[in-house]
Design a protein around this ligand. Structure first.
Ligand SMILES: Nc1ncnc2c1ncn2[C@@H]1O[C@H](COP(=O)(O)OP(=O)(O)O)[C@@H](O)[C@H]1O
Ligand SMILES: N[C@@H](CCC(=O)OP(=O)(O)O)C(=O)O
Length: 266
């Protein structure tokens, strides 16, 4: 049984496909709605960390390019340009609701070095203690694996689980372009059924998630299952739900049966 009424510290991950239109440009209405809901969730007494992709998409738009550059330095440069614009957009909208944002750029290997791990934990603790909303993305200047092999390395899904662990979160919500994990890829099998709860990540569950992701997303469901493995093992509950209507987050916190719930390992 899910009960998120006491989830005080919440990490919300939003991917490029939820943040952008099919054109690849930023979905401004979606971003505005998401910020409003997150600001309100924070007002209700919870602490929110936002893991947001979208730097490259915003960078492409800002430079007026027709598409993402093909070469790695080009992608990294576009991400660096887009990241400040993305933060500007978030900061502007969160400020409307009197919330202060902070930027945290990480690489996933930060957990491998105890000193760096501790530094990140201390920073999250202080940023949350100060009442700010940390906004996290992968540091694309430093780390190219994610851009290069997103489908295998796991894009920002895995990063969000690491962040949930480092920030000592109670709940990780991954906003996707689909309602949750189905027992098969619904884009290929219209009879596939939504799984409301996954208590254990078995090889069968991994097989369900093996289908390819959508064009604007990257990793598909398998990277979200890897995220669930990291999060639940760290004692964090996780939910995958559709990000098309950010207001549905209110229903989630009222324990409506939305998305797929992965209960934390006891
Ligand atoms: N078993 C499954 N259940 C749900 N979606 C699946 C499954 N297998 C593959 N998929 C694909 O994964 C996509 C979601 O992942 P992805 O494309 O990376 O987007 P995002 O990370 O933005 O949500 C779905 O739109 C669907 O095409
Ligand atoms: N870090 C990069 C790419 C991250 C990415 O594509 O992740 P996702 O949209 O979650 O699959 C960015 O912000 O554009």
């Amino acid at each position: 049984m899910r009960d998120f009424s006491k989830a005080r510290r919440v990490v919300v991950k939003v991917g490029s496909s939820t943040l952008t239109h099919e054109s690849g440009l930023l979905n401004i209405r979606r971003v505005e709605q998401l910020v409003k809901v997150l600001a309100d969730i924070e007002n209700s007494g919870r602490q929110v960390v936002l893991v947001s992709s979208g730097a490259m998409a915003v960078g492409v738009g800002k430079l007026g390019l027709r598409e993402k550059p093909c070469d790695m330095p080009g992608k990294q440069a576009v991400a660096a340009i887009g990241q400040c614009e993305l933060m500007y957009i978030y900061d502007k909208h969160f400020s409307e609701y009197n919330h202060v944002t902070s930027q945290v750029l990480l690489t996933r290997d930060v957990v491998d070095d105890p000193m760096r791990k501790r530094n990140v934990q201390n920073t999250f603790e202080r940023l949350l203690g100060l009442g700010t909303i940390p906004i996290v993305n992968e540091n694309d200047t430093v780390c190219t694996e994610e851009i290069e092999h997103a489908a295998t390395f796991g894009d920002n899904d895995t990063l969000s689980a690491t962040v949930a662990e480092l920030a000592g979160a109670d709940l990780l919500v991954i906003l996707s372009d689909i309602d949750g994990l189905f027992d098969g890829n619904p884009r290929e099998n219209p009879d596939a059924k939504l799984l409301h709860e996954v208590k254990e990540i078995t090889p069968e569950i991994e097989a369900c998630a093996a289908g390819a992701g959508s064009a604007r997303g990257t990793g598909g469901m398998i990277t979200k299952i890897h995220a669930a493995q990291i999060a639940t093992a760290a004692g964090v509950d996780m939910v995958i739900m559709n990000g098309a209507q950010p207001k549905r987050l209110y229903d989630l916190f009222e324990n409506a049966e939305i998305g797929t719930y992965f209960p934390a390992a006891k």
